[in-house]
Design a binder for this molecule. Structure first.
Ligand SMILES: [Mg+2]
Length: 278
């Protein structure tokens, strides 16, 4: 049986939220779009927090710090969040490299060409709007160096970042792919749908997957990660993915696509508000 992807009406929402103690939120397309909060979203999170839920923020964006996310949440009127509630792919990549590399080893972060540093034991590919052929060359030189194994790590595979009005810019996935093709090997991916980013949350908080909800706007990252990790998944329609896409997955015979179907959907997370009022 596939997941039903039912609209989460107030009565069901009360039960679903009641059975959860932690909610993980993707940010862009869920809490805000660009620099404007989704209408009703700050109030919804305030009620969730007042109801004793633990809120965490899980984002593939690698270009902002935990503190920057905490600041943006406050600026847009969301309940105050501590930086440790924020799990971005840059923070989690740093954590991964700290564990995977020997002490004193360095990483080449796609960001600047320089003489080869003998301490480099990893190439990390994140969002880089100044990506250039010279950096690709530098990354390949490290990855081909024969004297030591060099890890290849990507913050995420998002291939496109949507802008308002149907426009888009190429995402980090394009840069990861370029390095992978050059190096003829696959990168280890930190962000959603990789479960590594969820493991980071688990390592810092006492999380029971059966009592955790993942709320996201993308089927191929947020929902896939939530389903893979055994979480309850809610798709919100204020961002990238549509019910048409869900339908396509439901009608497909491909078993892998079943993991892209959420348990529930809402038009906006503000729809959860009635379930939180008594
Ligand atoms: Mg999103």
């Amino acid at each position: 049986m596939g997941r039903p992807c039912r609209q989460l009406e107030a009565a069901a929402a009360r039960a679903v939220l009641g059975a959860a103690d932690t909610l993980l939120f993707d940010c862009d397309g869920v809490l805000w779009r660009g620099d404007a909060a989704v209408a009703g979203a700050p109030g919804t999170l305030a009620r969730l927090e007042a109801a004793g839920k633990r809120l965490c923020y899980v984002t593939n964006n690698s270009s902002r710090t935990r503190q920057a996310y905490a600041d943006k949440l406050r600026r847009l009127g969301f309940p105050a969040a501590a930086p440790r509630q924020v799990f971005g792919s840059a923070y989690c990549a740093a954590r991964y490299l700290r564990q995977a590399l020997p002490p004193g080893a360095a990483a080449y972060v796609l960001g600047g060409a320089a003489p080869l540093d003998p301490a480099v034991r990893a190439v990390l590919v994140g969002f880089d709007e100044h990506f250039a052929y010279a950096k690709l060359c530098q990354a390949l030189r490290y990855l081909l160096r024969g004297d030591a194994a060099c890890l290849l790590v990507g913050t995420n595979r998002d291939h496109r970042l949507p802008l308002e009005g149907g426009a888009a810019i190429p995402g980090t996935g394009c840069l990861v792919k370029a390095v992978e093709v050059a190096a003829e090997r696959e990168a280890f991916i930190i962000g959603k749908p990789s479960r590594y980013i969820f493991d980071c949350v688990v390592s810092e908080f006492d999380i029971d997957p059966a009592r955790t909800i993942m709320v996201g706007d993308r089927l191929d990252t947020d929902i896939l990660m939530g389903n893979t990790c055994g979480l309850t998944t809610i798709l919100t329609l204020t961002g990238v993915s549509t019910l048409e896409e869900v339908k396509g997955h439901q009608e497909s015979d491909c078993p892998a696509r079943k993991n892209l179907i959420p348990d529930y959907y809402v038009d906006s997370i503000a729809d959860l508000l009635p379930a939180l009022e008594d």
